[in-house]
Design a protein around this ligand. Structure first.
Ligand SMILES: [Mg+2]
Length: 367
């Protein structure tokens, strides 16, 4: 089996809430997603999706996905899509870095591996653990009262974990964290994710002012060293995200005891193959994970569901159903949230069928 053709489609994903706002005044109202199709010489097609959280979150941007695909695509024609280790070596040998560019191809090849073997991706990634995957809801940055009202609404829909977008003015963020914790029962988890937005002294003020609350602190500052300083100055459970973009950083953070939970995003690491390496290492080292991606629609959500569902339950902190944040459906068969949980499909591959009328004509085709 050989890769005969690679196509990329561009889809706009408007947000149900109108916009998504996080640290430093950053905001997105319509996500620009790239859906990648990898077709083999026997006509089987696998699909993947890459959707950066705008151009200013990670070192990734939507047009970069397409430009990168034009760069690496021709070198992949003729490769066996089922040989994922060899395929990833090939991608890394023709383009240094740029993991997010490679993520859509890698996911599409896992989908192909599943379709040709007749097995769901989660079975191929280690096996299904438990009945369903627990989700968190990200609460876009607004006033403390508005954020608390959103939490109430999503709690009523069944979510039990909430990620509060903070990383703004520290006094306002302290209010936001108190307002959110006040309305949640003790069994519900609250994560204050600053997305690198606080300077070190601001972060220290926030953790001191919330000292008696049950709240997790995620990626308070921009650099790893600043985060480590905050980690050593608080007993709040601590999550690292933006800084952990490689196995090397994961090992360093474990060695420094720099986190209790790590956020693994499929495209940040370069696809399901590399996300699985990091996931398996976390399981071996005893670190729980948020298993997700930077954003996306139905296909990204399906990939997250297989990635998370094949992770032992004790190490699954949360995951995300991105397809419930956007107004456009790009594929049938994607996981649908059931009261704060979702399941990976039982069907072969990712278990999704893209809506080709929504995808439209491909922006690029490489043969
Ligand atoms: Mg985060």
């Amino acid at each position: 089996m050989k890769i005969a053709c690679i196509r990329a489609y561009q889809v706009d994903l408007p947000l149900i809430e109108g916009s998504y706002n996080w640290s430093g005044g950053k905001s997105v109202s319509v996500f620009d997603s790239t859906i990648v199709a990898v077709e083999t010489d026997d006509g089987t097609v696998g699909f993947g999706e890459v959707c950066p959280l705008g151009p200013a979150y990670l070192p990734a941007f939507s047009a970069g996905v397409r430009t990168g695909l034009r760069e690496i695509g021709p070198s992949l024609i003729g490769c066996d899509p089922r040989e994922l280790g060899a395929l990833n070596l090939r991608m890394d040998s023709v383009l240094r870095g740029h993991p997010y560019v490679k993520s859509g191809i890698d996911i599409a090849c896992w989908d192909l591996l599943g379709k040709t073997s007749g097995l769901p991706v989660c079975t191929l990634m280690g096996g299904r653990h438990g009945d369903a995957v627990r989700l968190y809801r990200a609460i876009s940055q607004q006033s403390a009262d508005e954020m608390a009202a959103k939490i109430t609404r999503y709690r009523d829909e069944g979510y039990t974990r909430f990620q509060l977008k903070v990383g703004g003015d520290p006094d306002t963020d302290i209010e936001r964290i108190h307002a959110a914790r006040d309305i949640l029962p003790a069994s519900h988890r609250l994560i204050a994710d600053a997305n690198t937005g606080w300077t070190q002294h601001e972060a220290m003020r926030v953790v001191r002012a919330t000292k008696n609350l049950d709240v997790y602190i995620e990626q308070p500052c921009e650099t790893y060293e600043e985060c480590l300083a905050i980690r050593r100055g608080t007993d709040h459970p601590f999550v690292l995200d933006e800084n952990i973009d490689s196995l090397g950083m994961l090992l360093r953070a474990k060695s420094d005891l720099a986190m209790d939970v790590v956020n693994l995003k499929i495209s940040k690491l370069g696809g399901l193959t590399k996300a699985k390496q990091a996931r398996d290492l976390c399981v071996a080292m005893g670190i729980a994970m948020t298993l997700e991606d930077s954003w996306g629609g139905d296909i990204a959500t399906a990939a997250i569901a297989h990635f998370a569902h094949s992770t032992p339950e004790a190490f699954r902190f949360t995951s995300t159903d991105f397809n419930s944040y956007v107004t456009v459906c790009t594929a049938d068969g994607a996981p649908q949230r059931m009261s704060g949980w979702m399941k990976a499909s039982d069907r072969p591959g990712l278990g999704i069928q893209p809506r080709m009328d929504v995808l439209g004509d491909p922006l690029l085709e490489i043969r």
